[in-house]
Design a protein around this ligand. Structure first.
Ligand code: BG6
Length: 487
């Protein structure tokens, strides 16, 4: 095993109880992430106990894990690395019950042979979360442990409150890590650096200079095997209540008193408290044509696979500035951007026909892909006679720094933080409950879904939603090419 990078990992080796170990998220992200953290020495030792409904054994689980790493890990899987990782894996089927799980954890702790901590990762849908928590309680695995809960955290205010209350019967709030993987993305954290490590931007980060904001996460992906899960969830619960609102909070919050979990959560929660209830009249729900024919989907389904909405943060910094959010499946492009449109100058001395204002306002755009990109677009003079204006841009791409190899995938970063007990990038019970509260008008009276064809940007009414502004995507000018080798 490689030597641990100093100070970034947990102090003690970890016993990970991975509930939902054979599921989609586990295979795509969690097993590859744990493999990377283990084999690059971020964790000083670890044992992983896979738990799931599957009636398999440790060899079966090892085969699933190996297949997952071969298919989804971006890192090389040498026979030595696989053999070391595979030795750390164990498996307990849910049907074997609490006693079998307790015994497996005891074996794992004995194998580590020194002081260790437990990390329970519940990679299960909301309906199964509580029974997994009960199982951990019955197996007496609460001491010395932390528990990571996957989203969506409840499906409305009542279910989130009840989940929190029941969770607190077993685990204390300190032990609970509600994960939102968008906050583990490197560029999301870079928003904090960009805003609070520089004197340049914060003075203009308010209603006096910013006209409107867009958080736009279109996906080209369909639902694949997830349609049955998605049918009871939909785009609002799957993406907006979780990821998009969390990103919005980083973008909109006041400077925290310290870069620490409590002050950051306090500021995020103040944003959520200032958020006005979502008005169904300012929401467009869409469904791609063909969704109703998918396995596990009601032929008359009203579930949205697309949503666009306007929301408002009614505080001194943001009153009157609309935030437009959009996300959906089977759309024209896969992008994850935050785009901030600045106010236009009060008067223009440039002649009609010069091009002033012709390409929208000045924009600051963050790309939330794993390697950050940022662009500031503005009007500048086109070379030559007269005064013709063009939209120009300053662009930054993390690729150009040569540091891209250092990036931890979002789940890797968040698993490591949970092992260290650092709540900074996790969501709180209060924050989540407030988000469900502002969602009540929409959940009680959702506007009808409008159909859209695969490869569109959503139903046609998305343009009325943002008028007189326009959606920033699709970009008029693509991101500039960069040299991935940074020469
Ligand atoms: C997940 C949603 O949380 O995030 C998926 O359940 C979505 O529906 C995914 O596709 C997007 O995450 P990423 O990291 O691929 O942008």
């Amino acid at each position: 095993m490689a030597k641990a990078p100093v100070g970034v990992g947990p102090k003690f080796p970890q016993v990970v109880v991975l509930v939902g170990a054979t599921g989609d998220l586990s295979r795509r992200k969690l097993l590859p992430g744990l493999f990377h953290l283990f084999s690059s020495g971020f964790i000083p030792g670890c044992r992983i106990i896979g738990v799931s409904l599957d009636d398999t054994d440790v060899d079966g689980f090892r085969a699933i894990a190996q297949g997952a790493l071969e298919e989804f890990s971006p890192r090389s899987l040498t026979p030595e690395k696989w053999s070391a990782f595979s030795d750390c894996l164990d498996y307990v089927s849910l049907s074997a019950g609490a006693e079998a799980l307790k015994a497996a954890v005891a074996r794992a702790e004995a194998a580590l042979g020194c002081e260790s901590r437990r990390l329970h990762y519940l990679s299960v849908p909301p309906a199964a979360a509580l029974s997994a928590v009960r199982l951990l309680g019955e197996a007496d695995l609460v001491a010395n442990s932390r528990v990571v809960m996957e989203k969506p955290f409840g499906t409305d205010l009542a279910s989130a409150r009840s989940l929190n209350a029941k969770l607190h019967e077993v685990f204390s709030e300190e032990q609970i890590f509600r994960i939102d993987h968008f906050l583990g993305k490197e560029p999301a954290q870079n928003i904090l650096a960009f805003r609070f490590a520089n004197g340049l931007f914060e003075p203009i980060w308010n209603r006096n200079f910013i006209d409107h904001v867009q958080i736009d996460v279109p996906e080209t992906l369909g639902l694949g095997k997830r349609s049955a899960f998605y049918e009871t969830t939909g785009a609002y619960r799957d993406m907006v209540v979780t990821h998009l609102f969390q990103i919005l909070a980083f973008m909109a919050m006041e400077p925290p008193t310290a870069l620490e979990p409590k002050p950051i959560s306090e500021e995020k929660n103040k944003v959520f408290r200032s958020m006005l209830p979502i008005d169904p009249k300012e929401v467009v729900r869409g469904q791609y044509i063909g969704y109703r024919a998918e396995a596990g989907v009601d032929p008359e389904s009203d579930t949205e696979t697309f949503i666009a909405l306007k929301c408002q943060i009614d505080n001194w910094r943001w009153a009157g500035v609309p935030f437009f959010l959009r996300t959906g499946k089977k759309l024209a492009e896969g992008q994850r951007i935050i785009s901030i449109a600045f106010r236009e100058p009060p008067k223009s001395m440039f002649p009609i026909g010069s091009g002033i204002g012709a390409q929208g306002p000045d924009h600051l755009t963050f790309d939330l892909a794993d390697a950050s990109k940022m662009s500031l677009s503005f009007y500048g003079k086109r070379p030559g006679p007269g005064m013709r204006l063009d939209k120009l841009s300053l662009q930054f791409a993390m690729h150009d720094t040569g540091l891209v190899g250092e990036i931890l995938e979002a789940y890797e970063r968040l698993i490591l933080d949970a092992m260290r007990g650092d709540h900074t990038l996790f969501t709180t019970a209060e924050g989540i409950e407030r988000l469900w509260e502002v969602s009540i008008p929409l959940l009680e009276a959702p506007p009808p879904v409008r159909l859209y064809p695969e490869g569109a940007w959503g139903p046609k009414s998305i343009h009325q939603l943002v008028a007189p502004h326009a959606w920033r995507l699709p970009f008029e000018r693509a991101w500039r090419d960069h040299n991935p080798f940074g020469s």
